[in-house]
Design a protein around this ligand. Structure first.
Ligand SMILES: N[C@@H](CCC(=O)N[C@@H](CS)C(=O)NCC(=O)O)C(=O)O
Length: 80
């Protein structure tokens, strides 16, 4: 079964832009985008589950992964 992938981000964040660019350039599909500046519940979930208020954060089946370069590297492997 496919993993549930949720990317917590906000548009003004350059590290988020880096991840979003990689997603768009590679045509990776099936990633749900959660804009924490537009979605208060997502903002709260990020801190409650992830433990810190930092974006980008990719939730992989509910498990948070921080750091844009780690996220891109993980996605490259997943979508290879
Ligand atoms: N090294 C991190 C840097 C991430 C980072 O600094 N994100 C900023 C936004 S650009 C952040 O979450 N700041 C805390 C906040 O906005 O509350 C990465 O590459 O993902």
């Amino acid at each position: 079964m496919a993993k549930q992938l949720d990317l917590y981000y906000y548009p003004e964040c350059p590290y988020c832009q880096r991840v979003l660019r990689a997603i768009n350039n590679n045509g990776w599909e099936g990633i749900t985008l959660k804009n924490i500046h537009a979605d208060a519940e997502a903002d709260a979930t990020l801190v409650r589950v992830g433990g810190k208020h930092q974006v980008p954060c990719l939730f992989i089946d509910g498990e948070p992964m921080y750091e844009s370069l780690d996220i891109i590297a993980w996605l490259e492997r997943e979508y290879a």
